[in-house]
Design a protein around this ligand. Structure first.
Ligand code: HAM
Length: 439
């Protein structure tokens, strides 16, 4: 990647490689996505957690010192006080750090919406800054929580309108069963190092589980005959995994067992899962994923408590929505557009009406910079304003045009806000006003 380090003079004033701006009107969809997730998380009893965008490097090292995200892709830096810090590559480590620091009541159920930073090779659906919404529950191994977080994510995708999403499920087992399995896997794969090469040998030494989800056909061929993780679970891990599956079945949530599903971080134990969008290219089809991480809090100096959660990639999930033609968030038509005919008269009349309408919770706009009346009508049409109020030389009466019928009404100035409110909402302004609430 050394060739891409220099940035030409032209490019320094563009968003850095692998990042992007989100502008209106597309940003409506982005915020609509986060709002929909927030609403669902709220329904499930999850509170919003906001953590710093950077942490002490050690926090993220706990994510997995044998993973690419930590060893190759992290944005690390020293601050002016000589602290070694890193931009958040994923959300879970920060949330667990906050749990360990504040020790809230358990189980601690939180959700977040945040940008993450990974120095990846950018391509469609893979960026150096990407956004995730996610949820974490810390403090209980109860399988009902595995079911709950999967239900939260599954129902969210359905609420977006996505129907071609597959849920892949696996269990990494507890520390004991995992260690025993890794031993068996190593013994099975060791004889293949001579034919599969040095990279394979290195991966086998550092992180043998990652070999299971290799995309290399020669490796896949060997892996298909390798011992499988779920067959090596301890009795306890196996019973837990059974309960999770029974729960999902009881809720009517379809899933497929995928014994080769290995997620990208070292902290996973027990249940792991991923949501694959069938509408996206296989290389970037994971629109979300998560699992249990029973040792993470203890590794950060906290209590030995269990945790589970997931992250959903906002950009990728929106690409899946595009591919399925769902979750369009059309601009809401404006309630009122104020046209000022007295363009040569300096005054505050238009600004005052606008203010009064907005105080009552109506959406209202006007043109700026002394635009011609024709240009103002054009703008009103572009906003699809339901009502247009025309300010004329008469201060006492205003003309209101209703877009749907084309009807014009003459309304006394002192009644116009109430009149518009009533027409826009179908009810009168309650006594005491609305204090900005939408009708
Ligand atoms: P992750 O699988 O690395 O998990 O990321 C979650 C989701 O973020 C992915 O499924 C994908 O949709 C999106 N994503 C990841 N990297 C990129 C990228 N470079 N560009 C665009 N989208 C991306 C985690 O981050 C874990 N913290 C999830 C978790 C929460 N596990 C337990 N709790």
């Amino acid at each position: 990647m050394s060739g891409e380090r220099s940035t030409s003079a032209r490019d320094v004033f563009r968003a850095p490689k692998g990042t992007h701006d989100i502008l209106p009107p597309a940003s409506r969809r982005f915020s609509g996505f986060v709002d929909a997730f927030s609403g669902r998380a709220d329904q499930f009893g999850y509170g919003l957690v906001v953590t710093p965008i950077f942490e002490h490097l050690e926090v993220f090292l706990r994510v997995g010192e044998s993973t690419d995200v930590v060893t190759k892709e992290m944005y690390e830096f020293d601050d002016k006080g000589g602290r070694r810090l890193a931009l958040r590559p994923e959300g879970t480590a920060s949330v667990v750090r906050a749990f360990v620091e504040h020790r809230p009541t358990e189980p601690w159920k939180v959700w977040y919406s945040a940008p993450n930073f990974r120095y990846e090779r950018p391509q469609k659906g893979r960026y150096r800054q990407h956004w995730q919404v996610g949820a974490e529950v810390i403090g209980s191994p109860d399988p009902d929580l595995d079911i709950e977080v999967i239900d939260l994510a599954t129902g969210f995708f359905a609420a977006l309108g996505l129907s071609r999403v597959r849920l892949k499920l696996n269990s990494m087992g507890d520390a004991e069963s995992r260690a025993a399995y890794i031993g068996r896997l190593r013994a099975f794969l060791e004889p293949h190092v001579s034919t599969l090469g040095d990279d394979f040998g290195r991966m086998l030494a550092n992180n043998p589980l990652r070999i299971l989800d290799s995309k290399d056909p020669a490796v896949i061929d060997v892996v298909e005959r390798a011992p499988q993780l779920p067959e090596h679970l301890s009795a306890e891990a196996s019973a837990h995994f059974e309960q999770v599956q029974e729960g999902l079945q009881a809720l009517g949530i379809p899933f497929e067992l995928d014994p080769r599903l290995v997620r990208g971080f070292d902290y996973y134990t027990g249940t792991t899962f991923e949501f694959a969008a069938e509408s996206l290219d296989a290389a970037q089809d994971a629109i979300g994923g998560g699992g249990r991480y029973d040792g993470l809090a203890a590794e950060m100096g906290g209590p030995a408590v269990s945790g589970i959660g997931f992250g959903i990639g906002i950009e990728r999930a929106l690409l899946a929505c595009d591919a399925e033609g769902v979750f369009a968030v059309p601009a809401a038509p404006l309630d009122v557009f104020v046209i000022d005919r007295r363009i040569d008269v300096a005054g505050t009349a238009a600004a005052v009406i606008l203010h009064e309408l907005r105080v009552e919770g109506l959406t209202a706009e006007k043109a700026y910079g002394g635009r011609s009346e024709k240009a103002q009508w054009k703008l009103a049409a572009r906003h699809e304003a339901r009502f247009t109020v025309v300010l004329d030389s008469s201060a006492a009466e205003l003309i209101v045009r209703e877009r749907s019928t084309g009807e014009e009404h003459t309304v006394p100035r002192e009644l116009v806000v109430g009149w518009l409110y009533e027409r826009a909402s179908g009810s009168a302004i309650p006594s005491g006003g609305l204090q900005g609430r939408r009708p």
